[in-house]
Ligand binder design. Structure first.
Ligand SMILES: [Zn+2]
Length: 134
């Protein structure tokens, strides 16, 4: 059996497709101004910073990051239930990504990151921490 011939034209098309794929992947990432790419919302550090104020901080996954906090979530509790009052990323983080990805893409990307972060929080253990500190 003869091997199918690979012509140059196809190779170039393949290469172009690969390059495009890489660019698309890159735009799926958020980035901290420290340079750290955040490929998945699971990478953020989550820190129950201020128990009294019911505030959770969203931290850069780079432990050596000089910025540290990239956003925060404020919540209220009633008995064993909770609701998120406000969740946002800090403006420097939003602007940094807008410069890289454009405003619209950044908005969609960071909104989905915020949702995932909120859904990924172990709220029951947060409740436990609140009760212990009471
Ligand atoms: Zn950072």
């Amino acid at each position: 059996m003869r091997q199918p011939r690979i012509n140059v034209e196809n190779k170039e098309a393949l290469f172009e497709a690969l390059v495009q794929e890489n660019q698309e992947t890159e735009s799926d990432y958020a980035q901290c101004p420290c340079g750290r790419l955040i490929r998945s919302p699971r990478e953020y550090g989550i820190f129950l910073f201020n128990i009294r104020e019911h505030e959770i901080n969203i931290l850069c996954p780079n432990e050596g990051c000089h910025l540290g906090e990239l956003g925060r979530i404020r919540f209220t509790t009633k008995g064993r239930s909770w609701s998120v009052e406000e969740a946002s990323f800090n403006s420097f983080f939003v602007f940094w990504n807008s410069d890289r990805l454009g405003e619209e893409r950044t908005k969609a990307l960071l909104e989905s990151h915020l949702k995932s972060v909120i859904n990924g929080i172990d709220w029951l253990s947060v409740m436990d921490r609140l009760e212990i500190s009471r």
